[in-house]
Design a protein around this ligand. Structure first.
Ligand code: MOS
Length: 713
């Protein structure tokens, strides 16, 4: 590789190269891809949570317009039996969750399709359902693995009970986090075109996703196709956050519809209400945290037991307690995960799945411990900084958590903080500050990525790989990297991403994109220069593949951060507002400060939203998420977002990858909810252990009666 001294564009705040196309509306998102003579799909969704469809009466619907077709389990194409339950769409009459697709109306306009869908009369035979997550659920079970099967569910070192007995202070606390739903600006969308060419099926999907080849690889066999028969085209994606990683029922539904009308494009964009069910969402959790410590703050025991929900028809196990394995040193440590199968849609990925809810529990408990011990919460964390990874015993490739905490303390004004809770009342608001640590791992499953470099005319180059830009700036930073590696101007490189026909690259998920794609580009450019020199003939090209660095087995690799929050809680109403957020991060080399800051600040805002707003409310009588729209499911909006800043160390991690970039997509959200809850405790003396934190928690008799005589500023 070129030496870092040659990096002219990496590290610079280059504006998004696709910005002008996006703001002028000329960047085609999936629904906007020009297709001729399309049909539109509107889904039929179950109104019971469990049971069977006994009758689908389509007579009135079909009579609406000549273009109307109704797709049902009776006329839909059969899929292979082995297909995952989640993707066996319209294969039988069973209903596994409220809002499940049980059919679809297709018509020549979206309005006719929707009208026809509403005229289909559906009868059900309901079965008793259960949608309530509880710790003592009789069906609760222990999964073997969590996340994508790469992590064992239960890990213990030492004797937890013994560690708690020898402690001077032992805490046993329970925390709860809410289910959360994805509200990416662009809803999950697919346009499907099923062609039969010389007797061979061929499906084209214009699709919004995090990795075109992932959709191709997982969906093609379910549809009975070879990968070569399925092309997925996804140049622009309007946000995702984990909701578009894998094929979902919508992909199968629209593909089945397209198959029934060969040659005609079928367009299907989920409505906002549809996105609340049937796509990924974050499971609610109930977490028990046990901590034991000596009076000097030394931890003797860490126990973290997570209970989550999954679907009765399929398993997803969020790695909620996993970061408690490595964040602090303690001789006795135990982490467990338990799943409760319910009659709900299967949960899935949402930004820092596991670490975000898990850090709320662990980092709240660390704050409670600091209060019990009378030790500053930053000092408590520093006193438990491990020399090596407590879980694997390996050294950290780099770990600057202490730097993050200290740097943040200075910038945030922590030394001036009076630790006494309920101490600072200003203009009718209790003010407080809080802190939390953050970590996010390098994923265990880190497959290689490939890239092609091709010489064009006039000393220009094209770099091709099936990466995805979810709005993050990935296209821009890949161009920066490629230009530097080829030693040419930014404008001399065209990076092409977002199609399954490009060289296979990792999906934009798990904060792995930059770390993996950059290796492929480095391998391809190095090989290209070695093969074709600096004056290649037009058309010369090289494809290369690069896997994870060999150091992976020798080091524990994580990004780190420290989150600081200042909140105000109204003394009379209990209204809580965040006044300041500061995140300080160790995420290795930052390729583009402008887009990186946007990612980190965006993650922190999502954390604020988790702390104070986002609340999936299930009506257990019907097994339905009732606040399934943006009028009643609140996400942080501009008025909720305070003074906010993200800063970083920026030192490359020499073991992570060639550029030393750790990935920044998820670390920003981790720890924010705990920092806000800890600040709320400092402000009011009220400890809230359940998210979201709402005003009723503070609306106690004490909140109006015990204001100090002298009001601190
Ligand atoms: Mo994301 S939650 O890494 O798909």
């Amino acid at each position: 590789m070129t030496t870092t001294a040659d990096l002219r564009f990496v590290g610079r705040s280059i504006e998004r190269l696709d910005g002008p196309a996006k703001v002028t509306g000329t960047a085609p998102y999936a629904y906007e891809q020009p297709v001729s003579d399309p049909l539109y799909l509107y889904p039929l969704r179950s109104t019971i949570a469990r049971g069977r469809v006994t009758c689908l009466d389509t007579a009135d619907a079909s009579a609406v317009h000549e273009s109307v077709r109704i797709l049902t389990p009776h006329n839909a194409h059969r899929l292979p039996d082995w297909a995952p339950a989640d993707l066996r769409v319209l294969q039988d009459d069973s209903v596994a969750y409220h809002g499940q697709f049980v059919g679809a109306a297709i018509a020549s306009t979206p309005e006719v399709a929707r009208h026809a869908a509403e005229l289909v009369r559906i009868s059900y035979q309901p079965t008793a359902h259960d949608t309530q997550l509880r710790v003592d659920h009789p069906d609760r079970y222990a999964p073997e693995k969590v996340l994508d099967g790469s992590l064992v569910a239960d890990v213990s070192h030492g004797d937890l009970d013994a560690g708690l007995i020898v402690a001077d202070v032992a805490l046993d606390l329970t925390y709860r986090t809410s289910g959360e739903h994805h509200v990416a600006m662009e809803p999950n969308t697919t346009v499907a075109i099923w062609n039969v060419i010389e007797g061979t099926d061929h499906l084209t999907l214009y699709d919004s996703n995090q990795g075109a080849w992932v959709i191709q690889a997982f969906l093609a066999p379910v549809l009975g196709l070879d990968a070569s028969q399925l092309e997925v085209i996804s140049p622009f994606v309007g946000g995702s956050f984990g909701s578009k990683t894998f094929p979902r029922p919508l992909h199968v539904l629209v593909a089945l519809a397209a198959r029934s009308v060969p040659g005609r494009p079928v367009k299907f964009a989920l409505s906002r209400q549809h996105t609340f069910v049937g796509t990924a969402y974050r499971t609610p959790t109930i977490q028990r945290v046990r901590l034991g410590a000596r009076w000097d703050g030394t931890l003797t025991a860490i126990g973290h037991d997570a209970v989550e929900q999954t679907a009765r028809y399929g398993e997803f196990a969020e790695p909620t307690a996993v970061s408690s394995r490595m964040l602090y040193a303690a001789p006795a440590r135990s982490t467990t995960h338990r799943l409760v199968p319910l009659d709900v849609c299967i949960p899935g990925f949402m930004r820092a799945p596991g670490e975000a809810p898990g850090s709320f529990a662990l980092e709240s408990a660390m704050d409670e411990l600091a209060v019990e011990l009378g030790i500053d919460p930053i000092e408590l964390r520093i006193r438990n900084e491990p020399a090596t990874d407590p879980d694997s015993g390996r050294p950290f490739s780099s770990r600057e958590l202490v730097w993050c905490l200290r740097e943040g303390a200075t910038r945030f004004g922590w030394p001036e903080r009076d630790p006494t809770p309920r101490h600072r009342l200003k203009d009718g608001w209790w003010i407080g500050t809080g802190v939390a640590s953050a970590s996010y791992p390098r994923q265990q499953h880190f497959p290689p990525s490939s890239a092609t470099v091709r010489a064009l005319t006039n000393d220009r180059y094209r770099v091709e790989l099936a990466a995805s830009d979810l709005g993050t700036g990935a296209l821009t930073i890949l161009t920066q990297i490629a230009a530097d590696l080829l030693g040419v101007e930014l404008g001399s490189v065209e990076v092409v991403i977002g199609s399954s026909s490009l060289p296979r690259a990792l999906a934009a998920a798990g904060s792995m994109g930059t770390a993996s794609w950059s290796e492929a580009i480095i391998a391809a450019t190095d090989t290209f220069r070695a093969t074709h020199g600096c004056t290649p003939v037009v058309g010369a090209h090289v494809t290369a593949t690069a896997g994870p660095s060999a150091d992976e087995k020798d080091f524990a690799m994580h990004a780190f951060g420290a989150q600081f929050a200042e909140v105000a809680v109204h003394a009379d109403t209990g209204e809580i507002r965040t006044r300041r957020l500061l995140g300080v991060f160790d995420a290795g080399r930052v390729i583009n400060p402008r887009t990186a800051r946007s990612q980190l600040v965006g993650g922190m805002i999502m954390g604020l939203s988790m702390a104070l707003h986002e609340h999936s409310v299930m009506d257990h009588r019907y097994g339905q998420v009732i606040n399934h729209d943006l009028a009643s499911y609140h996400v942080a909006a501009h008025a909720d977002i305070p003074e906010i800043d993200a800063v970083w160390l920026g030192t490359p991690d020499p073991h992570y990858n060639t550029l030393g970039a750790k990935g920044i997509a998820e670390i920003g959200i981790v720890g924010v909810a705990a920092a806000i809850a800890n600040a709320a405790y400092h402000a009011t003396g009220v400890r809230v252990r359940s998210l979201p934190i709402t005003l009723d928690n503070f609306f106690t008799a004490a909140s109006v009666d015990d204001r100090p005589e002298v009001v601190a500023s």
